[in-house]
Structures are given as C-alpha cells and as structure tokens.
Ligand binder design. Structure first.
Ligand SMILES: Cc1cc2nc3c(=O)[nH]c(=O)nc-3n(C[C@H](O)[C@H](O)[C@H](O)COP(=O)(O)OP(=O)(O)OC[C@H]3O[C@@H](n4cnc5c(N)ncnc54)[C@H](O)[C@@H]3O)c2cc1C
Length: 471
C-alpha cells in the first residue's frame, strides 16, 4: 500500500492529460499533481492546419506547457515514460527518475503507424504535432523556392506535387488547406499557381471510412473539387513503397508511380506500445475502462482519450471526447480524495467540425444541420478557440482572431482568392460583421433559447467574454 500523500501522476499532456491537470488545479485539489510529458509544447491538433497556413500563430496553437501551467498547482516534468508498474504504483522515466503515485492517469494517446510500408518512416512526413507541422511548412516553402528557380519543367512538376496519403479527416482537411494555400505562396514568389498539384491517395474508393464525419462525404467531395486548385483523387491505390521523390502503389494489379516532392502520411494510428505491455484488458489496443474511466483491477488508475475505451459506451478517438474525459477524471479524483464514490460523467458529442480550406469549414450540428463555408468557419474557429486551455490564453487568441476576421490584418488568402480590391475586402468584412452580429441579436431577443441551442458550440461564452450579456 502506497502512502496517500504520494502525488497524483498524469502521463501524457494531450487533451485528456492536460485538461485533467488543469481541472484538478482549478478545483483546488489539495494533493500534489505531476504532469509528465515528453514534449515541451502542447499541440492543439484540430487547429494544426491554421498553424501551417499562418492563420494562427505558434504561441496560440502550439504553446509551451510552462506558459499554459503558469499559476496552476501542476508540476510539469518534461521526460519520456519508459515503464509503468501498476503493482508497485510507480513509473520510470527515460532520465532514470522514478515517480511513485497514489493515483495515476494514463493519457498517452496513440502513435502514427506506417503499416511497415518500406520508406514511409524515412520519406513521408507525419502530421500530428506542432513540431511536425513547422517542419512541413519549412519543407513546402523550400520546395516552392526550388521550383521557381528551375527551368526544367519535369523537375518543377515534381517539386510542385504533394501526395497526401490517407483520406480520413486529417488527410482531407490538410488537402483542402494546401490546395488553397500553396497557390497563394507560389503566386507570391511569382510562380504560376495552376502548376500546383495536390493528390489525395487512398486505399479504398470511400473517403472518411468508419469516421464520425462519414455523413459529410458529399460536402467534403464538393469542397475538395472547389479549392483554388482542385484536389486530385488517387483512390483504390495501395501504397507499397515510398521514396524521396514519390510513391509506388498498386492499382488494379499494376504497380504505378506518382512522382511527388512532398509526401505526407495521415493514414494510420496504432496503440501506444507502453500501454500494450500492461497486463490489463485491451480492446483493439485501447485500455478497457469502466464508465468512470477507471481500470477495473486498479481503481486508483484512470485512463482516457485515444488510449482508452469503455466497452459499454465507446467513444470515437477525438479531442472533444478526450478533454471532457479529462474534466470527468478530475471530478472523480477529487471525490476519491474526499472518500466519496466515483460517478460516471456524461460525454456529449457536440457535433462535428471540419476545415475544408482557408476560411471554409463545415459545422455539422447534431447530425442534422450542416453550416458550410464562411459561417461554418466562424463556428469552427469559435468553438476551438473557446477550448484553448487557460483563460488568459484563450481570451487573447479569441480577441486576435476576431480582429483579423473583421479587419483583414494578416490573412494569407487576401492576395489571390479574394482579389485585392477594397470593395471586396469591405464586403467580406461586412459579411463577417453581419454573421457575428446575428448571434448578438438572437442572444438579446431570446437569451435562454440562445444558450440552450448554441451552448455546445462555445459561441455563447465566447460572446460573453467579448461583450457583456444584456440584463
Ligand atoms: C491533424 C489532426 C487533426 C485532428 N482534428 C481533430 C478535430 O478536428 N476534432 C477532434 O475532436 N479531434 C481531432 N483530432 C484527434 C484528437 O487530436 C485526438 O483524439 C486527441 O488529441 C486525443 O487526445 P489524447 O489526450 O488522448 O492524446 P494526445 O493528444 O495524442 O496526447 C498524448 C500525449 O502523450 C504524450 N506521450 C506519448 N507517449 C509518451 C511517453 N512515453 N512519455 C511521455 N509522454 C508521452 C504525447 O507527446 C502527447 O502529448 C485530430 C488529430 C490530428 C492528428
């Protein structure tokens, strides 16, 4: 038996782990809290496309844990977890440090898997963290600079071709973003934007297969075609090899090659190997937990996010589930410390949101209403900006974003897609103004209905921060 004074240790500072830590701190949890994470910065994954495009800054979407946790009671340890001993109630880190715990939260997420595809780990770029996004941005910029300097048309074609492997939500959102963004970047260098090619490569014909967003397929297909350069589909293509200058794939029993100067891998995730070593039940690599997110044999251990699942009420591996679970765990940890029973907390799916290009998204409300285009974009941004951890951080980003929307301060899209005429910028600012004003009018007229209908989107509290609600 470990002394109760041992700390509560949280492994992994993603959505589940970081939000558990922040909620514990906010509810004045009186025991030491230690958050162990291998990286020094938190990646707000749903907004990584905005980090790539420059629509949001790195300190907004990819902030340092030290900054996020400043003023909280959470002790941040940057290190890699090497071994978890549930029987001895201790974890060993790469540095050799050993932490004993009274309570443990497993929030280690999942890993990228390349399905043993030769060359994939060497030549395909992953897209799951801020660090990887910054590397991709640098790589793409470099490719465009090389392309503008060459007179060799075959070489330029290769340099200007991007292959994105995987037509799940990340592959699609990235393809839409790049098909709008790269023409703008290349145009700024004096290149012919029409030469940019973005390929979406998928093993089957079906996009968004088995994903929570699968019902958005038609909207997504239209959006992929309507970008500044239309996204090319390479479907029924099983990638068999990746090289520095392209991919080899099997299609209709033939081996074919797509030459590409940039290859991005979004095709698969695998369970965190560290958790697979634990002698507790798993389901497809995710730890099986009770409705209260505890490991049945070890009730002092909680698990959440992409690395855990409740067999009776399985949830998709998404950020919106992970952060709600973080809050639920914090509540139950406090109850346990107070000698109370743990209770299941409801997890509500708030609809789905997808970025379908610069300033274009689809917000799918309750699987019934789809709000597309610029209004969808405003709902998506508002929802995620509301979620950014730490109120000071959140407020700063929200205010900056709204200023940009209204006054066009630093929008990369301004050059090509929207043209450079003042009247058009003015019309767009006016449209954004009208879109932003309508919730204010609704809130003033029917405050309760407004809160009930839009509460899940985060828009009411976002507005409350910016303008006081009417009395
Ligand atoms: C590009 C992209 C876009 C996405 N968009 C959306 C979206 O729009 N909406 C949505 O709901 N979801 C989205 N998701 C999914 C969502 O981000 C994940 O479901 C969510 O991050 C899961 O949270 P988590 O805390 O379980 O894991 P993670 O957020 O992956 O966090 C796990 C943490 O554990 C750390 N870690 C791992 N191993 C170790 C170790 N051995 N030692 C120390 N630390 C370790 C990792 O560094 C990481 O910080 C997106 C994912 C990606 C990649």
């Amino acid at each position: 038996m470990q002394p109760a004074s041992n700390p509560t240790v949280i492994l992994g500072g993603g959505f589940a782990g970081l939000f558990t830590a922040l909620h514990l701190s906010q509810q004045n949890y009186t025991h030491p809290i230690i958050l162990i994470e291998q990286r020094d910065r938190f990646s707000f994954k749903p907004l990584l496309y905005e980090l790539l495009s420059g629509e949001l800054h790195s300190e907004q979407v990819y902030p340092r844990y030290k900054e996020l946790l400043a003023g909280s009671s959470v002790n941040f340890v940057q290190d890699t977890v090497e071994f978890i001993d549930l029987d001895q109630r201790q974890v060993t880190l790469d540095s050799g440090k050993v932490f004993r715990y009274s309570h443990l939260v497993l929030a280690l997420g999942s890993k990228t898997t390349y399905f043993n595809t030769p060359g994939a780990a060497e030549y395909a770029m992953p897209f799951t963290s801020g660090e990887q996004v910054i590397a991709l941005r640098k790589h793409l910029r470099h490719r465009l600079h090389e392309a503008i300097q060459t007179d060799d048309s075959a070489k330029r074609r290769l340099l200007l071709t991007v292959a994105i492997i995987g037509a799940g939500p990340a592959g699609i959102e990235l393809a839409c973003t790049l098909a709008d963004l790269l023409p703008i970047w290349y145009d700024e260098l004096g290149g012919d934007a029409a030469e940019i090619r973005v390929f979406l490569v998928n093993r089957s014909r079906e996009i968004l297969k088995g994903d929570v967003n699968s019902h958005l397929r038609c909207t997504v297909q239209t959006a992929l075609k309507n970008r500044v350069v239309p996204v090319d589909f390479l479907f029924d293509a099983a990638v068999s090899k990746i090289q520095a200058d392209g991919i080899e794939y099997q299609k209709q029993d033939k081996t074919q090659i797509l030459q590409a100067g940039t290859i991005v891998w979004t095709a698969g995730t695998a369970p965190n190997p560290l958790l697979m070593e634990l002698a507790v039940p798993h389901n497809r690599g995710r730890l099986l937990v009770t409705p209260t997110l505890q490991i049945p044999e070890f009730p002092e251990v909680f698990a959440a996010g992409d690395c855990a699942t409740d067999a009776e009420n399985p949830q998709p591996p998404t950020a919106q589930v992970a952060y709600q679970q973080g809050k639920a765990i914090a509540v139950n940890l406090k109850r346990m410390r107070e000698g109370k029973l743990t209770v299941p907390m409801p997890i509500s799916m708030r609809g789905t949101l997808m970025k379908l290009g610069l300033n274009e998204s689809v917000a799918n409300l309750f699987n019934k209403v789809q709000i597309k285009g610029q209004p969808g974009h405003l709902i998506r941004q508002g929802t995620y900006l509301e979620l950014l951890p730490n109120p000071a951080h959140n407020h700063k980003v929200t205010a900056e974003w709204l200023t940009d929307e209204l006054f066009q301060r630093h929008r990369p899209v301004s050059h090509m897609q929207l043209g450079q005429t003042h009247w058009l910028s003015g019309a767009i600012a006016l449209m954004a103004g009208l879109i932003l004003a309508s919730p204010l009018i609704w809130r003033a007229a029917q405050p309760i209905q407004f809160q009930q209908s839009l509460g899940w989107t985060g828009v009411p509290s976002l507005l409350n921060q910016l303008t006081p609600p009417p009395r």
